[in-house]
Write a protein that binds this ligand. Structure first.
Ligand code: PAF
Length: 274
């Protein structure tokens, strides 16, 4: 990385947990677009234990390094970095990074410690990679906001970029966890982008009442979800409850079967997802 920079190459960085799909490859292509053909694009693959709760899917999270390396090569990635847990969390390590306020709402209460785990690993990765443009997917919208804040607050030489969610034909946000869904569950999941799309259209028709938007999304999700963690309408940058403004984040988290899915749309900014 240092050599590349010394030679005047810009570095684009895409942190991932592997099980790469077209959404990730879009992030790699965005990194390439940012650093140019002469730049260096690096992807990290690390299933980070500290961001999973005790009852979450750490042990069953898909691991397929060989296929991932091939996918990276096909997307023009120059370097794949796949450390093991002992390299990232050596014995005796004690430091955790916590981004206040932005880690608190939305997924915060449902995944205690999650954003601290994410912030900690990404700080370590940013320290290793150094001056770069780091590209994240906006499917994990709150994560993107947390990490943008983190880079700024810690004065890291990293520009954090968020890329719009890449979706399947029916609008379902691409996610490594979609593979947990049975066919029947996968069909139900199509209701998520539809509900967000309906909210976006209501917004475009002039609706600004957050409670009304929330109620309508929730009603649509109730028809398919086994449980709903939240449906929230928030300010897209501060993540405070939406009060006024030309744009709003509508974010949802729900379970279909055993699989927890999240999705969002920034209404007033991006087109309806379905
Ligand atoms: O979005 C992910 O895949 C992970 O949360 C990240 C950013 C790679 C940190 O482990």
């Amino acid at each position: 990385m240092e050599d590349a920079r010394a030679a005047g190459r810009r570095v684009g960085f895409v942190p991932t947990m592997g099980a790469l799909h077209d959404g990730h490859l879009t992030l790699a292509r965005e990194a390439r677009a940012r650093v140019g053909e002469g730049g260096l694009v690096a992807v990290s693959i690390f299933v980070n234990p500290t961001q999973f709760g005790p009852n979450e899917d750490f042990s069953k999270y898909p691991r397929e390094l060989e296929g991932d390396v091939e996918r990276c090569a096909s997307a023009g990635v120059d370097v794949v970095f796949a450390p093991d847990a002992a390299a990232m969390y050596p014995e005796g390590e004690k430091t955790r990074v916590h981004v206040h306020a932005l880690s608190t709402p939305l997924c915060g209460p449902f995944r205690p410690g999650h954003f601290e785990g994410v912030a900690t690993i990404v700080t370590k990765l940013f320290a290793l990679v150094g001056r770069s443009v780091a590209v994240f997917g906006r499917k994990d919208y709150q994560q993107w906001r947390v990490l943008s804040r983190l880079a700024e607050d810690l004065m890291l030489p990293v520009e954090v970029v968020g890329v719009r969610t890449v979706r399947e034909k029916d609008g379902l946000a691409m996610s490594s966890r979609n593979r947990y869904l049975s066919n029947e569950e996968r069909a139900k999941a199509g209701a998520i982008p539809k509900a967000l799309g309906a909210a976006a259209r209501r917004w475009n028709d002039g609706e600004r009442d957050a409670l009304a938007l929330r109620a309508m999304v929730e009603a649509e999700l109730r028809a398919v979800a086994d449980s709903i963690d939240y449906v929230e309408v928030r300010h897209p940058l501060s993540l405070e409850p939406y009060a006024a403004g030309d744009q709003a984040l509508v974010a949802v988290a729900l379970r279909i079967g055993k699989t927890r899915l999240i999705d969002n749309v920034v209404i007033g900014e991006e087109p309806p997802p379905a």
